[in-house]
Design a protein around this ligand. Structure first.
Ligand code: OAD
Length: 242
């Protein structure tokens, strides 16, 4: 691979945006593409909030399965490269925003990960009046579990289609994009808003913008100044000189 490491000394405010492609080498399927999760009709229905609350048993069947899988897999070189660059350049503002719900960035050692789409490793109550908070839950429930406090059904703490992003994560991501000077998106098809629009915010902030992905973005997104085609787990260690 004829790839030069980035001169990180030129940058102070760096934002990584990651997607499912980053976890592919760990054994998690991506959403789109040949073996993508969206080719599974049950997964598709379970992922749409418009089907709640009737779909809760299916939500747990599907995402309980994903939780069980996420518990058994390990981070790969892409996750470790990002975690290491955060550690080595602690003097810089390095923000990691992920669309992934698998907890693998944290497992690799990244801290303060902005989980834009939540985490399959947490559950929360479906009752908006309940005072309980989302909590770590590694049980791969296959049936709907219930809240200890109010007895309403629980759900995985993830963002489904037709749902808003969590407000804090959304706020933190927007804040980081305001004065970013290097934006690197990795392993994402770039079709799901609002994350798909982060690159335009970064470009307007004056950042250098780079996409690292297995395949070219379709349609092309002109806000990316550079596109590096390859596997995240091979490209990132070279690009970040890890
Ligand atoms: P996608 O499945 O849409 O895209 C994954 C991208 O990763 C594809 O463009 C692949 O070519 C690329 N890819 C696969 N293996 C790779 C590798 N080893 N290295 C680099 N790239 C690789 O996943 P996302 O863009 O993350 O939302 O999808 C965004 C959101 O859509 C997800 O968070 C999910 C889904 O609906 C929710 O669940 C709310």
């Amino acid at each position: 691979m004829n790839l030069q490491p980035l001169s990180l000394s030129l940058h102070q405010n760096i934002v990584f945006l990651t997607g499912a492609g980053v976890s592919a080498a760990s054994g998690l399927p991506t959403f789109r593409g040949e073996n993508g999760l969206w080719n599974d009709a049950e997964f598709m229905r379970a992922s749409d909030a418009a089907n709640l609350p009737e779909s809760l048993p299916m939500v747990w069947k599907v995402f309980g399965g994903l939780r069980a899988l996420a518990e058994t897999i390990k981070p790969n070189a892409a996750h470790f490269a990002i975690a290491e660059v955060q550690k080595r350049h602690a003097d810089k503002n390095i923000t990691l925003i992920t669309q992934n719900v698998d907890g693998l960035h944290q497992a690799a050692g990244s801290e303060n990960v902005i989980e834009l789409h939540g985490s399959v490793l947490r559950s929360r109550c479906t009752n908006s009046h309940c005072t309980s908070q989302p909590f770590a839950d590694l049980t791969p429930h296959t049936e709907v579990p219930f809240c200890n406090l109010c007895k309403a059904p629980l759900r995985p703490d993830i963002v489904l289609f037709n749902e808003m992003l969590p407000p804090l994560e959304s706020h933190l991501a927007k804040g980081a994009l305001r004065d970013v000077d290097l934006f690197i998106a990795v392993g994402t098809s770039g079709v799901v808003a609002p994350a798909a629009q982060f690159v335009s915010s970064a470009a307007y902030a004056g950042a250098r913008t780079i996409l690292v992905n297995l395949e070219a973005m379709q349609p092309r997104n002109a806000y990316f100044q550079e596109e590096i085609l390859g596997r995240a787990e091979e490209v990132l260690p070279v690009l970040l000189a890890i």
